[in-house]
Design a protein around this ligand. Structure first.
Ligand code: FES
Length: 161
Protein backbone atom coordinates (compact mmCIF):
# COMPACT_ATOMS: atom_id res chain seq x y z
CA UNK A 1 0.00 0.00 0.00
CA UNK A 2 1.40 3.44 -0.94
CA UNK A 3 2.09 6.14 1.66
CA UNK A 4 -0.78 8.22 0.31
CA UNK A 5 -3.19 5.27 0.44
CA UNK A 6 -2.22 4.76 4.08
CA UNK A 7 -2.87 8.42 4.87
CA UNK A 8 -6.26 8.28 3.15
CA UNK A 9 -7.06 5.02 4.95
CA UNK A 10 -6.29 6.61 8.32
CA UNK A 11 -8.60 9.55 7.54
CA UNK A 12 -11.39 7.23 6.41
CA UNK A 13 -10.96 5.17 9.60
CA UNK A 14 -11.60 8.29 11.65
CA UNK A 15 -14.95 8.64 9.92
CA UNK A 16 -15.84 4.96 9.96
CA UNK A 17 -19.08 5.62 11.87
CA UNK A 18 -20.04 8.60 9.77
CA UNK A 19 -22.13 8.30 6.66
CA UNK A 20 -21.98 9.98 3.29
CA UNK A 21 -22.77 13.29 5.00
CA UNK A 22 -19.15 13.32 6.06
CA UNK A 23 -17.93 13.43 2.45
CA UNK A 24 -16.91 17.12 2.47
CA UNK A 25 -14.91 17.01 5.73
CA UNK A 26 -13.29 13.77 4.54
CA UNK A 27 -12.27 15.37 1.25
CA UNK A 28 -10.99 18.44 3.11
CA UNK A 29 -8.79 16.28 5.32
CA UNK A 30 -7.50 14.28 2.37
CA UNK A 31 -6.63 17.48 0.52
CA UNK A 32 -4.86 18.77 3.61
CA UNK A 33 -2.85 15.55 3.87
CA UNK A 34 -1.98 15.08 0.17
CA UNK A 35 -2.18 18.66 -1.09
CA UNK A 36 -4.84 17.65 -3.63
CA UNK A 37 -7.48 15.00 -4.33
CA UNK A 38 -5.81 12.30 -6.38
CA UNK A 39 -7.72 9.81 -8.53
CA UNK A 40 -6.66 7.02 -6.21
CA UNK A 41 -7.79 8.91 -3.10
CA UNK A 42 -11.20 9.52 -4.67
CA UNK A 43 -11.51 5.85 -5.66
CA UNK A 44 -10.51 4.75 -2.15
CA UNK A 45 -13.04 7.13 -0.59
CA UNK A 46 -15.77 5.96 -2.95
CA UNK A 47 -15.11 2.34 -2.13
CA UNK A 48 -15.32 3.00 1.60
CA UNK A 49 -18.47 5.14 1.42
CA UNK A 50 -20.16 3.08 -1.27
CA UNK A 51 -20.24 6.01 -3.69
CA UNK A 52 -19.20 6.02 -7.33
CA UNK A 53 -16.14 8.17 -8.11
CA UNK A 54 -18.26 10.23 -10.53
CA UNK A 55 -20.54 11.24 -7.65
CA UNK A 56 -17.55 12.32 -5.54
CA UNK A 57 -16.12 14.36 -8.42
CA UNK A 58 -19.54 15.90 -8.89
CA UNK A 59 -19.67 17.04 -5.28
CA UNK A 60 -16.01 18.12 -5.10
CA UNK A 61 -16.09 20.18 -8.30
CA UNK A 62 -19.08 22.09 -6.95
CA UNK A 63 -16.86 23.59 -4.25
CA UNK A 64 -13.90 25.42 -5.68
CA UNK A 65 -11.80 24.71 -2.59
CA UNK A 66 -10.76 21.33 -4.00
CA UNK A 67 -7.80 20.67 -6.26
CA UNK A 68 -7.37 17.64 -8.48
CA UNK A 69 -3.75 18.28 -9.36
CA UNK A 70 -0.77 18.65 -7.03
CA UNK A 71 0.43 22.18 -6.32
CA UNK A 72 3.28 23.59 -8.35
CA UNK A 73 6.56 24.77 -6.91
CA UNK A 74 5.16 28.29 -7.00
CA UNK A 75 1.55 28.19 -5.93
CA UNK A 76 -0.21 31.42 -6.83
CA UNK A 77 -3.49 32.32 -5.19
CA UNK A 78 -5.51 35.26 -6.45
CA UNK A 79 -8.14 36.87 -4.26
CA UNK A 80 -11.56 37.22 -5.85
CA UNK A 81 -13.21 38.90 -2.88
CA UNK A 82 -15.21 42.11 -3.24
CA UNK A 83 -12.49 44.61 -2.27
CA UNK A 84 -10.01 42.98 -4.63
CA UNK A 85 -12.62 42.75 -7.38
CA UNK A 86 -13.33 46.46 -7.10
CA UNK A 87 -9.60 47.14 -7.43
CA UNK A 88 -9.25 45.04 -10.59
CA UNK A 89 -8.54 41.47 -9.51
CA UNK A 90 -10.26 40.17 -12.66
CA UNK A 91 -7.56 41.79 -14.80
CA UNK A 92 -4.89 40.38 -12.49
CA UNK A 93 -6.43 36.93 -12.93
CA UNK A 94 -6.56 37.32 -16.73
CA UNK A 95 -2.92 38.32 -16.75
CA UNK A 96 -1.98 35.36 -14.53
CA UNK A 97 -3.89 32.94 -16.76
CA UNK A 98 -2.25 34.18 -19.93
CA UNK A 99 1.23 34.55 -18.42
CA UNK A 100 1.21 31.10 -16.85
CA UNK A 101 -1.00 29.50 -19.53
CA UNK A 102 -3.13 28.04 -16.76
CA UNK A 103 -6.69 28.22 -15.54
CA UNK A 104 -7.52 28.31 -11.80
CA UNK A 105 -7.15 24.83 -10.33
CA UNK A 106 -4.47 23.82 -12.82
CA UNK A 107 -0.79 23.03 -12.44
CA UNK A 108 1.75 23.45 -15.24
CA UNK A 109 3.16 20.26 -16.77
CA UNK A 110 6.62 21.01 -15.38
CA UNK A 111 5.00 21.56 -11.95
CA UNK A 112 6.60 25.00 -11.80
CA UNK A 113 3.32 26.90 -11.27
CA UNK A 114 -0.16 26.26 -10.02
CA UNK A 115 -2.99 28.75 -9.89
CA UNK A 116 -5.98 29.07 -7.62
CA UNK A 117 -8.60 31.68 -6.77
CA UNK A 118 -10.04 32.22 -3.31
CA UNK A 119 -12.61 34.44 -1.65
CA UNK A 120 -11.40 37.26 0.65
CA UNK A 121 -7.98 36.62 2.18
CA UNK A 122 -8.66 39.05 5.00
CA UNK A 123 -6.16 41.62 3.73
CA UNK A 124 -8.57 43.93 1.89
CA UNK A 125 -6.42 47.01 2.62
CA UNK A 126 -3.79 45.49 0.31
CA UNK A 127 -6.23 44.92 -2.57
CA UNK A 128 -5.79 43.53 -5.08
CA UNK A 129 -3.83 40.88 -3.25
CA UNK A 130 -2.26 37.60 -4.28
CA UNK A 131 -0.11 35.09 -2.47
CA UNK A 132 2.80 33.10 -3.84
CA UNK A 133 3.48 30.12 -1.59
CA UNK A 134 1.53 31.85 1.21
CA UNK A 135 3.54 35.07 0.90
CA UNK A 136 1.33 38.13 0.40
CA UNK A 137 1.86 40.52 -2.51
CA UNK A 138 -0.07 43.78 -2.21
CA UNK A 139 -1.64 46.06 -4.82
CA UNK A 140 -0.87 43.73 -7.67
CA UNK A 141 -1.62 44.78 -11.24
CA UNK A 142 -1.49 42.78 -14.49
CA UNK A 143 2.10 43.90 -15.23
CA UNK A 144 3.27 43.01 -11.75
CA UNK A 145 1.99 39.44 -12.24
CA UNK A 146 4.24 39.06 -15.29
CA UNK A 147 7.23 40.28 -13.30
CA UNK A 148 6.48 38.10 -10.27
CA UNK A 149 6.16 35.02 -12.50
CA UNK A 150 9.48 35.91 -14.12
CA UNK A 151 11.10 36.27 -10.67
CA UNK A 152 9.80 32.84 -9.67
CA UNK A 153 11.27 31.29 -12.83
CA UNK A 154 14.62 32.98 -12.30
CA UNK A 155 14.66 31.93 -8.67
CA UNK A 156 14.01 28.31 -9.69
CA UNK A 157 16.76 28.42 -12.33
CA UNK A 158 19.23 29.80 -9.80
CA UNK A 159 18.33 27.07 -7.33
CA UNK A 160 19.14 24.42 -9.96
CA UNK A 161 22.64 25.87 -10.61
S1 FES B 1 -11.28 41.02 -0.83
FE1 FES B 1 -9.25 40.43 -1.28
S2 FES B 1 -8.34 40.40 0.66
FE2 FES B 1 -10.39 40.91 1.08
Amino acid sequence: MSENAKKVGAILDKYSHAGRDALIPILQEIQEALGFLSKDAIAQTGKRLGLPASKIYGVATFYNQFRFQPKGRHHITICRGTACHVKGSDKVLDSACSTLKLQPGQTSRDRMFSLETVACMGACGLAPVITINEEFNAKVNPRKIVRLAQDCKEHSTEEKK
